[in-house]
Design a protein around this ligand. Structure first.
Ligand code: BTN
Length: 243
């Protein structure tokens, strides 16, 4: 798959720009919309995503024609891609279902997956925000305990040498995923799953669910063992605490 890049110094949100402009894209290609800073970065549940200079903010936009297995794990496959890239920098990376990137126990990045149905298939907008050169002061503006690649390594990094290999690994992983499904990745995911073995509390619509993490299944759903010993798969939800 060929790539086409759309670079911005500053944009409201790479995600919104991609969604506003994808109808003019050649969707045979992977479109990568990136910005050095965002003024209206968005996270999951429409939360603000603090996006000062020094972070990496980008959206992958691509088309997936009609498909016979669940596409939900695309966010996990994206996480696995970035875990691979960051591990090569010597970092201890874990992924917190469904789409948080953790370094040394703190959030260092997040993934936001949105889609639009078109007659040709589903268009994906996979937004990634990664704290690369964000200093400890800036990180205080973030509501959960957060870290960055520079804080963890005590040095600053050029963003492009991290992002270009990530793009190639993403393309490779996406191709494998579309052929083989999540079965090709579930062992990789479990090896770095932040919640493995933990008791988790999750907001699930109006309910609060408490259960023991078991695994993530082929649909990308979180399987929890509940109080009555039954196992249940949850396709979405927000983990609010763990122990
Ligand atoms: C999360 O809530 O953890 C996901 C955060 C995703 C943020 C990225 S930054 C690039 C892209 N543009 C946005 O406005 N959001 C995503």
């Amino acid at each position: 798959m060929e790539s086409q890049h759309h670079y911005f110094n500053k944009v409201d949100s790479t995600q919104d720009w991609a969604k506003d402009n994808f109808s003019s894209f050649d969707l045979e290609k992977l479109h990568v919309v990136s910005a050095l800073e965002q003024t209206k970065g968005r996270g999951r549940f429409n939360r603000h995503w603090h996006s000062p200079k020094g972070g990496a903010y980008f959206t992958y936009c691509f088309l997936v024609p009609e498909h016979d297995h669940s596409l939900n794990p695309i966010s996990l496959v994206t996480g696995i891609t970035f875990a691979e890239v960051l591990q090569k920098l010597g970092l201890k990376v874990m992924l917190k279902w469904p789409n948080d990137i953790y370094i040394s126990g703190k959030k260092a990045g997040g993934i936001l997956v949105e889609t639009k149905e078109t007659p040709e298939g589903k268009v994906f907008f996979v937004g990634i925000g990664l704290n690369i050169n964000i200093d400890a002061n800036e990180l205080r503006a973030v509501s959960c305990p957060a870290t960055s690649v520079s804080v963890e390594t005590n040095k600053s990094w050029s963003v492009k040498p991290i992002m270009l290999p990530a793009e190639n690994i993403f393309k490779r992983n996406l191709e494998i995923f579309l052929k083989e499904g999540f079965a090709a990745f579930d062992k990789d995911f479990e090896a770095i799953s932040f919640l493995a073995g933990k008791k988790v509390t999750m907001d699930y619509g109006k309910e609060t669910i408490v259960g023991i993490y078991q695994r993530v299944d082929e649909n990308g759903s979180l399987v929890l063992k509940l109080k009555d010993d039954s196992s249940k798969a949850f396709s979405s939800g927000e983990i609010i605490s763990w122990e």
